[in-house]
Ligand binder design. Structure first.
Ligand code: 21W
Length: 223
């Protein structure tokens, strides 16, 4: 899976060189290429933004460096072109699964107050938000997309953390987990988990999942 990122802060994506995604890049299971939009400005001072027509606070990214950068990294429109935007469709696990079937994703990150609408109208397939809260730019949302989509790419996760495990308890919150020691600061691991009775353990975990989902996310149960 290829991720072509367009950003004014390509160094932020160095954070993905460690951990599971770092391993996935080393083995070539995913490729993350972060391109600096500023490399595509024709302005001699490297300017990529300007004041908004009609007035208002802040600056808007000009269309030409963005459009030029998109056409340079994806000349044949091979990748789904996504603009990370607070007014986009909200990312969900089902969107993640669909994205993981693509050959690649082009992820456009906005800075300042956003980008000129014409760059979106000309080159973008869809606008995507990661949730209803306000960030300063699109880089963290792009990293969220890369992270959750990569989990569905073959060989990125070990079978132990596998995405198969998720379908088992679909739409439920997870049961509590314990490891050693059996007693910690006076708190013991529930007896059933050390009983060796796997039927009882499965039943207990299912009950815990249901109970915690009822308490915290009843909206998940009606689905
Ligand atoms: C926040 C950009 C607010 C623009 C029109 C008139 C990408 C994000 C972002 C940001 C504004 C995502 C304006 C959840 C997010 C992102 C930065 C508003 C002012 N527009 N998902 N005035 N939350 N955020 N622009 O913030 O780029 S995906």
């Amino acid at each position: 899976m290829k991720f072509e990122v367009l950003t004014l802060f390509p160094e932020m994506f160095d954070a993905l060189k460690i951990g599971i995604l770092g391993k996935a890049q080393e083995s070539g299971k995913i490729v993350i290429n972060a391109t600096n939009i500023r490399d595509y400005t024709k302005d001699k001072h490297g300017k990529v933004d300007d004041t908004p027509f009609g007035g208002g606070a802040g600056m808007v990214m000009t269309p030409d460096p963005i459009v030029s950068a998109i056409r340079a990294v994806d000349p044949e429109h091979k990748y789904k072109r996504i603009y990370l935007s607070p007014k986009g469709r909200t990312l969900t696990q089902s969107v993640v699964k669909d994205f993981s079937k693509e050959e690649g994703l082009l992820l456009l990150c906005g800075s300042y107050e956003g980008i000129d609408q014409r760059a979106i109208d000309l080159e973008i397939d869809e606008e995507l938000s990661i949730g209803d809260y306000v960030l300063t730019s699109g880089e963290l949302p792009a990293m969220v997309v890369i992270n959750c989509v990569s989990r569905y790419i073959d060989g990125v996760l070990h079978s132990a953390d596998s995405v198969v495990e998720e379908s088992f308890s679909d739409n439920l919150l997870e049961y509590p987990q314990y490891t050693k020691p059996r007693v910690y600061e006076g708190l013991a691991v529930p007896d059933v988990l050390v009983s060796g009775n796997h039927g009882e353990i499965d039943k207990w975990r299912k009950e815990q999942s249901l109970q915690i989902t009822k308490e915290r996310r009843p909206d998940l149960l009606v689905k």
